[in-house]
Ligand binder design. Structure first.
Ligand SMILES: [Zn+2]
Length: 377
């Protein structure tokens, strides 16, 4: 029971969201047929062309892939693609969708399933972000311009992660996922300190806070080894732990604890064209570092986080983000975007404005450069 001392205050409830089922392991894809058939018997598998070419042939069921209808993702999670697939679901009387691939395939499958009222199984083939377990998807225009976020009624009914498939993907995806997962604990902590709502419109549970903290500890313990193993395409205990941190712990953590400065600084950086070739988690990682300076984190914590980023190859300086020599004016554009009224940066305890963000970003860069110059990495 929640005791409310002040009768006049209206306390928001605790809220947490989870996928219905989470399965992770080497060759976990072997479970896909059984899992799909437990939800329906007219399945649709939406997969990217590279998954169809490189992943599916490695997994042969009794009748190959005849047990499910295959559809090739057209490349963008946009209105046209969502309408095309929704029409297909209605026409074929599809009763379960499987989305297999990277973020856009996954989001498309989630949104089509939600809008047509059928279950969805998510099979990420890279561990580059915490999107697979979440209850939202991002919609773009046909040209890839951000249009909005679609919120699902429920998180995915199942998430199936095959470690052998993730180990075959380029290591940069895994490292980017670590950058996204690195933010989880710091943003959770900020929301807790300021009493801010999480991504599902409630307060963080003790459960979610504990998961966010384990996410951080798992990265510190296994991150470097996991990167090395992924470089060699080897599945290992370390890689398994980091895949779980990137996909499950970070996914539960960010939605059920909340976002703060790291993701807003990421959003700010997206206005700078030079950063467009960098992945979400890479920019988020720099947002974490700037957030440490913004919130006055102790030196010991800065040292630990910078050391981790340097060791796994996440950006710690402007130079690492292709922003060497950027002018104050252009950096201010990113800082202004970071501080938009809708941004989670306002979940930090102290009030934030563009000037403070600019100073924090410059401090993060200076600290990173100094460490590199003195060989601390
Ligand atoms: Zn993220």
């Amino acid at each position: 029971m929640i005791l409310i001392k002040d009768e006049n205050s209206v306390r928001q409830p605790l809220k947490a969201v989870f996928p219905g089922k989470y399965i992770q392991g080497k060759k976990a894809l072997n479970e896909l047929k059984y899992l799909t058939e437990s939800f329906g018997n007219r399945g649709l598998l939406l997969a990217s062309p590279s998954v169809i070419t490189h992943v599916l042939p490695k997994y042969q069921f009794e009748n190959g892939w005849d047990w499910i209808h295959l559809d090739t993702f057209q490349g963008e999670c946009c209105r046209e693609e969502l309408e095309r697939l929704s029409a297909k679901v209605h026409h074929d009387k599809t009763d379960v969708i499987v989305g297999m691939g990277g973020g856009k395939v996954i989001d498309t499958a989630k949104i089509v399933a939600d809008s047509t009222g059928i279950p969805v199984i998510i099979v990420p083939t890279i561990a580059s972000s915490d999107a697979p377990c979440s209850g939202c998807g991002v919609i773009y225009s046909g040209d890839g311009i951000f249009e909005g976020v679609y919120y699902l009624k429920m998180n995915p009914q199942a998430v199936l992660v095959d470690e052998s498939v993730i180990a075959q993907a380029p290591t940069r995806f895994l490292v980017s996922g670590m950058g996204d997962a690195l933010a989880t604990w710091f943003e959770a902590r900020s929301c807790k300190r300021s009493g801010s709502a999480n991504e599902c419109g409630g307060y963080a549970t003790h459960t979610a806070m504990a998961i966010a903290h384990v996410c951080y500890k798992t990265l510190l313990k296994y991150g470097i080894q996991a990167k090395n193993d992924c470089d060699l395409f080897v599945t290992s205990e370390a890689l398994s732990a980091v895949i779980e941190a990137n996909i499950l712990m970070s996914g539960l953590g960010f939605e059920s604890c909340g976002l703060a400065s790291a993701h807003s600084i990421h959003n700010g950086l997206t206005v700078l064209e030079e950063t467009h070739t960098f992945y979400h988690g890479e920019k988020v990682a720099f947002g974490v570092l700037a957030g440490l300076h913004l919130t006055g984190a102790p030196v010991s914590e800065k040292e630990k986080v910078y050391g981790f980023c340097e060791a796994v190859g996440l950006p710690t300086t402007f130079d690492d983000l292709n922003l060497a020599g950027i002018s104050r004016e252009r950096l201010m554009e990113a800082a202004v975007k970071t501080c938009h009224p809708n941004e989670a940066v306002h979940h930090e305890v102290k009030s934030v404005d563009p000037e403070k963000i600019l100073i924090a970003m410059k401090a993060a860069d200076a600290y990173g450069r100094k460490r590199k110059a003195t060989g601390n990495n």
